[in-house]
Design a protein around this ligand. Structure first.
Ligand SMILES: [Mn+2]
Length: 320
């Protein structure tokens, strides 16, 4: 993933760049936003360069307290014709997920990608990809270590926040690597308890909306699938992708799958899928999305009723 040859190119491109842009997927989650901010800060500290960080969509309120949060700017606030020398696209999965900043990437002279999603259509001229990494932040940490970069506590807290959010508080960890990294971060001064407290920072209306959706969940196929719905009038109350719904339903004995349908607009349904020891990534792919084995999603341009019917059909085939 990281080797001398690739590193030489990275180092030279960053060193010679007049302008550098960093971004991740639309509606960034903890890993997306913290990996962007951490790598941006590391480049600034170690190359003495200024870096622009941008995003599209909404940043969840529970990430309000992450260090350097104010540094990442909505893409429409940048010069419309901005053409960076180097663009670094992180944690993006598929090209379509980038959203607004995509135009800047297209104009960039050189594109570097840093990602842990499975992706057959890479857009980077140089790729630091590892689909076994628990978070994009794991790759950033390995870049930092490979290069021998200096880091500060703020950067290390960002990396830990990314790891905690993308592993569901270490629940989805499959390789010891990430735990060794977490241990190194703790020994270097990162306080996990403080990070977890800062993340427990959702608006009341969000928790009430999510709890209501849990209460109205419909169960199918002998209670093996739970389908929760957040309609368009409630969607504005959501903060992030509805983790509380997914986490609560995921605790039900005997339930194998959770599907959360979010009516973002009348004909735009965000779908989050979770499997308990059962893969859901192929179902997300069938809906035009993707993600990880047990946590995946899609955005489908159709009505709520139609998307729900498609999901029930996909799971019916899966469960029978
Ligand atoms: Mn990620």
């Amino acid at each position: 993933m990281i080797n001398a040859e690739k590193w030489k190119i990275f180092d030279e491109k960053i060193r010679s760049a007049g302008s550098i842009l960093l971004c991740a997927h639309k509606n960034p989650d903890g890993d997306a936003i913290c990996s962007v901010l951490a790598l941006a800060h590391l480049i600034e500290m170690n190359y003495d360069k200024e870096v622009v960080c941008t995003y599209d969509g909404n940043i969840p309120d529970n990430l309000d307290e992450v260090p350097l949060r104010r540094r990442i700017r909505f893409f429409e606030k940048l010069d419309d014709d901005f053409a960076p020398d180097v663009a670094i696209v992180m944690d993006y999965g598929i090209e379509r997920n980038i959203g607004g900043p995509h135009k800047f990437i297209e104009r960039a002279k050189f594109v570097i990608e840093v990602d842990h999603h499975i992706n057959d259509n890479k857009i980077g001229n140089l790729c630091f990809d590892d689909s076994d990494a628990a978070a994009t932040a794991e790759i950033v940490y390995k870049m930092m270590r490979y290069a021998g970069w200096n880091s500060d506590l703020m950067t290390r807290c960002l990396l830990m926040t990314a790891i905690i959010t993308d592993t569901g508080g270490f629940k989805y960890v499959k390789r010891g690597d990430i735990l060794h990294i977490a241990a190194e971060l703790v020994d270097s001064g990162v306080n996990i308890q403080r990070i977890v407290n800062d993340l427990a920072n959702k608006p009341r209306k969000t928790i009430v909306t999510e709890a209501t959706a849990v209460g109205a969940t419909e169960f199918y196929y002998k209670n093996r699938l739970g389908v929760a719905i957040i309609n368009s009038s409630q969607y504005k109350n959501l903060d992030g992708r509805g983790e509380t719904v997914l986490n609560l339903l995921g605790q039900i004995r005997g339930l194998d799958y959770v599907a959360l349908l979010k009516e973002q607009k009348p004909n735009q349904i965000g779908v989050s899928l979770r499997g308990r020891f059962k893969r859901v990534d192929h179902i997300a792919s069938a809906l035009g999305g993707g993600g990880h084995e047990f946590a995946a999603g899609a955005v489908v341009a159709d009505t709520l009723e139609n998307v729900k019917a498609r999901i029930l059909e996909l799971f019916r085939k899966e469960i029978k």
